[in-house]
Design a protein around this ligand. Structure first.
Ligand code: UDP
Ligand code: MG
Length: 335
C-alpha cells in the first residue's frame, strides 16, 4: 500500500452502493474491562445495517490482555481484524494506523470505551448515503468529564477557532464517519504532529455535524492524564496557527516601546528638574519584565522548533507488529 501517492479523488456525488463495506476503526489501549460489552453492542448494531461490516481493532501497546482477548474473539467472529502496533504510540498514531489499513468504502473511527455509542451508526450511515463525505459527531454534553475539564475544553476550542487558520469544529472528538475519498485524502497528509481533529477539518469535503449525547466511560479510567491533554492542546494550536509567534513579537515590541517612554521620562526629569532618580526598584522591575518577556518568546519559539525537529526526523508515525485483516474481508479480497 502506498499511502502517500498524490490523491486521485473519485467524483463526488456518485450514487452510493446499496450495500457498502464499512470498517469501524477502534484504537485500543488497555480496555479489557469494556471490550466484551463494546463488541456486543457494536456487533448488534452492525448486523442491522445494510453493510458488509468489519471491525478493525488497533492494539496500541495494551498490557492488560486486551490483545489476547481480541485474538480470541477474532476466532469466532469473522468481522474482526487486528492491527497490532509494536508499542504504545498514542491514540492519534493508533487512529492513523487504522485509517492506513482500512480499505472499506465507509470508515468509522470509534473509541472502545463506549463513549462513542455504536447506536449512532445508523444515523451516520444515513448521512453518508445522502452524499456527505465526513460525518462529524458533536457532543451535546460532556457527562463524565470534570467541571474543570469542561471549562478548559470550552475555552480551548474557542481559542482555537479564533486563532486557527481553518475552522475546526467546536466540541467534536474523533468519533466520525468518513467516505473512502476522505480517508485517502487524510493519508496524503504526512505530518508527524497529528492533531487529528485539525487534519480532519483541513481536508474539507462535504461535511455534516450530528449531535449526540456523550455518555461517561463504560469502565476503566481515561487514558489522558492532564499533561498529555496539555500537549495535545499545544499540538492543536501550533499545527494550525502561527499566531502565538506573532504574539511573542508584538509583546516584545510593546515592552520595548514602554521602556523607551520610561527612558524619556527619566531623562526629562533629570535634565529639566535635576531630580536624581532612585534607580534600584525601576531597574530590577524592568530587568525581570524584559527577561520574562524574552523567556516567554523563546518558549513559544521552542514549541515550534521542537515540532519542526520531530517533522524533519521523518520517523514513521507507528510501527506495525502484526496485521490480520478480518477473515470476512480477506475472503472478499480473494474472491
Ligand atoms: N487509546 C489508545 N492509545 C492511547 C490512549 C488511548 O489507543 O495511548 C484509545 C483508548 O483505548 C480509547 C480511545 O483511545 O479507545 C479514547 O481513550 P480515552 O477514553 O482514554 O480518552 P477520552 O475519552 O478520555 O478522551
Ligand atoms: Mg473515553
Amino acid at each position: 500500500m502506498n499511502a502517500r501517492t498524490p490523491l486521485v479523488a473519485p467524483v463526488a456525488g456518485l450514487p452510493r452502493p446499496a450495500r457498502p463495506s464499512l470498517c469501524v476503526v477502534v484504537p485500543v489501549h488497555n480496555e479489557i474491562d469494556v471490550l466484551p460489552l463494546f463488541l456486543e453492542r457494536l456487533g448488534a448494531v452492525l448486523t442491522m445495517l445494510p453493510v458488509v461490516p468489519e471491525i478493525l481493532f488497533v492494539d496500541d501497546g495494551s498490557r492488560d490482555g486486551s490483545l489476547a482477548w481480541i485474538e480470541r474473539a477474532a476466532v469466532t467472529d469473522s468481522r474482526i481484524g487486528l492491527l497490532q502496533l509494536s508499542r504504545n504510540f498514542g491514540k492519534e498514531a493508533a487512529m492513523t494506523a487504522g485509517l492506513d489499513h482500512a480499505e472499506a468504502e465507509v470508515v468509522v473511527v470509534m473509541d472502545a470505551d463506549l463513549q462513542d455509542p455504536p447506536e449512532q451508526l445508523p444515523r451516520m450511515l444515513d448521512a453518508w448515503f445522502q452524499g456527505n463525505d465526513v460525518i462529524v459527531m458533536k457532543r451535546r454534553s460532556r457527562n463524565g468529564d470534570s467541571p474543570g475539564k469542561r471549562i478548559a475544553a470550552a475555552a480551548y476550542y474557542r481559542l482555537l477557532a479564533r486563532v486557527g487558520e481553518i475552522p475546526i469544529p467546536v466540541d467534536v472528538g474523533d468519533f466520525r464517519l468518513m467516505s473512502r475519498r476522505a480517508v485517502l485524502a487524510l493519508r496524503t497528509l504526512p505530518e508527524r504532529n497529528r492533531y487529528m481533529k485539525g487534519l480532519f477539518a483541513w481536508i474539507g469535503m462535504p461535511q455534516v455535524q450530528l449531535e449526540f449525547e456523550r455518555p461517561a466511560r463504560a469502565a476503566g479510567n481515561t487514558r489522558w492524564p492532564l499533561m498529555k491533554l496539555i500537549g495535545l492542546a499545544a499540538d492543536g494550536l501550533t499545527s494550525f496557527s502561527v499566531l502565538p509567534l506573532r504574539f511573542a513579537g508584538v509583546a516584545g515590541m510593546l515592552a520595548a516601546c514602554f521602556a523607551l517612554v520610561m527612558a524619556l521620562v527619566y531623562a526629562g526629569k533629570t535634565v529639566l528638574f535635576g531630580e536624581s532618580v532612585d534607580g534600584f526598584p525601576t531597574l530590577i522591575v524592568s530587568i525581570f519584565f524584559i527577561g520574562g518577556l524574552q523567556l516567554c518568546g523563546l518558549g513559544i519559539l521552542g514549541e515550534y522548533v521542537g515540532r519542526i525537529y520531530t517533522e524533519v526526523k521523518q520517523r514513521p508515525l507507528y510501527l506495525r507488529q502484526s496485521y490480520r485483516p478480518a477473515r470476512q474481508q480477506s475472503d472478499r479480497l480473494e474472491r
